[in-house]
Design a protein around this ligand. Structure first.
Ligand code: TYD
Length: 223
């Protein structure tokens, strides 16, 4: 049986540059001969992508914070069952764009549901699965969110491959105060779990940030 793989998650505010860094790390690890699975939340499975549409479309602005949290965990439970655990069992490196820290930051902090409820749901629905390493890309709220809004304006009206209009604006429409709470909650997680969570300053160029991440991954996971 192959040795269990490694589970690496990426976290950060909207527009912090996570997706670019996930892709860059995947490319580098594959170049080193590793088998890599790249995935994301909410989403990552057929059911999860449907849940993602409900969660992120600006038309669903009436979701209660608890409904939002429950849907995030519904997507995650399926994702763990269908993608993450099987890939780890095959010895693969799993790179996941967002995981439970996002729920703790956005629903726990941003929506004020609190940390305790999120951690309890994680225990029940996710078997308390913990990443081997979490890379948290940190930047000022104004910088990250403006970048995310610019990106969504560019994508507005674009069609997804399923033919529906792409609209993932619901969170980007939130206030500065909301994102201030999200960032605060993220940094509190990093302080609570320094062995797992590494905060990386995301103000450099994509290549500079990638170099810092590669060094960290090499050191932490001995790969
Ligand atoms: P994502 O596609 O990663 O957005 P971006 O590329 O802009 O960072 O995530 C979509 C949104 O979902 C993002 O605004 C954060 C939100 N989210 C939560 O609120 N809770 C969660 O548990 C997760 C996974 C995401």
């Amino acid at each position: 049986m192959p040795a269990r793989g490694k589970f690496i998650t990426f976290e950060g505010l909207d527009g912090s540059g996570k997706s670019t860094q996930v892709e860059k790390l995947a490319r580098s690890l594959r170049a080193h001969g590793l088998s890599v699975t790249v995935t994301r939340e909410p989403g990552g499975t057929t059911a999860g992508e449907k849940i993602r549409e409900v969660l992120l479309h600006s038309a669903t602005s009436g979701l209660s914070p608890l409904t939002e949290m429950a849907l995030m965990f519904a997507s995650r439970a399926q994702h763990i069952h269908e993608v993450i655990l099987p890939a780890l069992a095959e010895g693969r490196v799993v790179l996941c764009d967002r995981f439970t820290d996002s729920t703790e930051a956005y629903q726990g902090g941003g929506r004020k549901v609190g940390t305790k409820a999120v951690l309890q749901m994680h225990e029940i629905l996710c078997g308390n699965l913990q990443p081997d390493l979490t890379i948290m890309l940190d930047n000022e709220v104004a910088f990250s969110v403006e970048r995310a809004r610019r990106r969504n304006r560019r994508h507005k009206g674009a069609r997804s491959d399923k033919g529906s209009e792409r609209d993932e604006n619901r969170f980007e429409q939130e206030s500065r105060a909301f994102f201030g709470r999200v960032r605060h909650a993220y940094l509190a997680i990093a302080t609570r779990e320094p062995h797992r969570v590494h905060v990386i300053n995301a103000r450099g160029t994509p290549s500079e940030t990638h170099a810092v991440i590669m060094e960290l991954v090499r050191k932490k996971l001995k790969i």
